[in-house]
Design a binder for this molecule. Structure first.
Ligand code: ASP
Length: 350
């Protein structure tokens, strides 16, 4: 007997072999919740955005890649490497503040426009955690490597062992040990907006702050990277949001990308960056999406939120960007063909 349902299914499948995009178009026309992928284009105006003041220098290196028609993935990797190599930056890479036991541990992740991801967690003695994360993405069947395994993999990939604890960071840690109180300071990157007088901070450098970077290239593709030494003086083994895809970073090449900085525990609880991207999918502007993600944190834990910083940064596929933070003082850097700006203070709840 002729089975109509089977026939329809079979015909659809056969047709799909020849005209997948036609089918997808028809499907999405009938179902507005499915957004058709925006095809790669070749005449997009590239842009790169990243968190905090140190984003300016990082964007400049990313821009060298984007302005010569390079890929967004290469741009974000090269960009955040600047912050990782900067020993004056005490919250990312070399010179990052150590954990409670005096050990510098790095967290990083990267996501490309095809949805591929790679991350390293609690990596020790390797300066460019972001490059190891990219190798995890490209050279292994896995998405995350942690601790000793990540270190061993890095060595196998030719990375060299380095002591990441600078004299200055060691001094700050020893100073901290005198009271050993875990009390992160808001906005270490912007002394004017800290919640403690700078002179009370050991070495003026007592905190957290991550570089998260999002780039749109000339081909219309978007990628992101996020790298940090995490919260200063954290418990050994603590992981924040930064290497967790969906929390510290998320990219969807149909919609855009988002990244976060601040107290990672609250970002993980709310799967923050994924939330921002999903809100943009629903039609929110990048800034409104960041604001709503911040509001979720505030609504769920108003008392906690009063004393912590969390900031989100987002970029959509049209090249529109925005940010929002709980506290004043969250800065971010924007670079395109017309400008190289530091936005400070970005919009915030308080
Ligand atoms: N989000 C980072 C963490 O929790 C720190 C920061 O960005 O300030 O490890």
């Amino acid at each position: 007997m002729f089975n109509r349902r089977k026939f329809i299914k079979k015909s659809a499948l056969t047709a799909g072999l020849f005209s997948f995009s036609g089918n997808l178009r028809a499907l999405t026309q009938n179902n507005p919740s499915i957004i058709p992928p925006s095809p790669s284009q070749n005449n997009m105006k590239p842009i790169v955005i990243s968190t905090w003041d140190f984003g300016v220098a990082a964007n400049a290196d990313a821009w060298k890649v984007l302005s010569t028609k390079g890929s967004c993935l290469d741009a974000v990797e090269k960009g955040v490497m600047v912050a990782e190599a900067d020993e004056k930056n005490n919250s990312v890479g070399y010179g990052g503040l150590p954990d409670r036991d005096g050990i510098v541990t790095l967290d990083a992740c990267i996501m490309d426009s095809d949805g591929n991801i790679g991350a390293v967690l609690a990596l020790e003695n390797i300066k460019h955690a972001i490059c190891v994360a990219r190798k995890v993405m490209e050279k292994t069947p896995h998405v995350m490597l942690a601790g000793k395994g990540a270190y061993q993999f890095a060595l196998e990939q030719g990375f060299k062992t380095e002591n990441l604890l600078t004299q200055e960071s060691e001094k700050a840690w020893k100073e901290w040990l005198k009271n050993a109180k875990y009390n992160p300071v808001i906005n270490s990157e912007n002394k004017n907006y800290q919640n403690a007088a700078p002179e009370k901070l050991p070495g003026n450098q007592y905190n957290h702050d991550t570089i998260g970077m999002l780039a749109l290239d000339v081909h219309g593709n978007i990628a992101g990277a996020c790298t940090t030494s995490g919260m200063a003086f954290k418990l050994h083994g603590r992981i924040g949001d930064s290497p967790i895809i969906g929390a510290g970073l998320y990219i969807d090449n149909e919609i855009g990308g988002a990244t976060s900085t601040g107290v990672g525990e609250e970002v993980v609880r709310n799967v923050g960056s994924f939330l921002v991207v999903e809100l943009m999918r629903q039609g929110y502007s990048p800034q409104d999406a960041c604001k709503e993600a911040v509001m979720r944190i505030i609504r769920k834990k108003p008392q906690t939120a009063k004393n912590i910083q969390v900031g989100f940064l987002a970029l959509n596929k049209k090249g529109e960007y925005g940010a929002y933070a709980i506290q004043k003082g969250f800065s971010y850097a924007v670079c395109n063909e017309n400008k190289q700006d530091l936005i400070l203070p970005g919009k915030s709840y308080y």
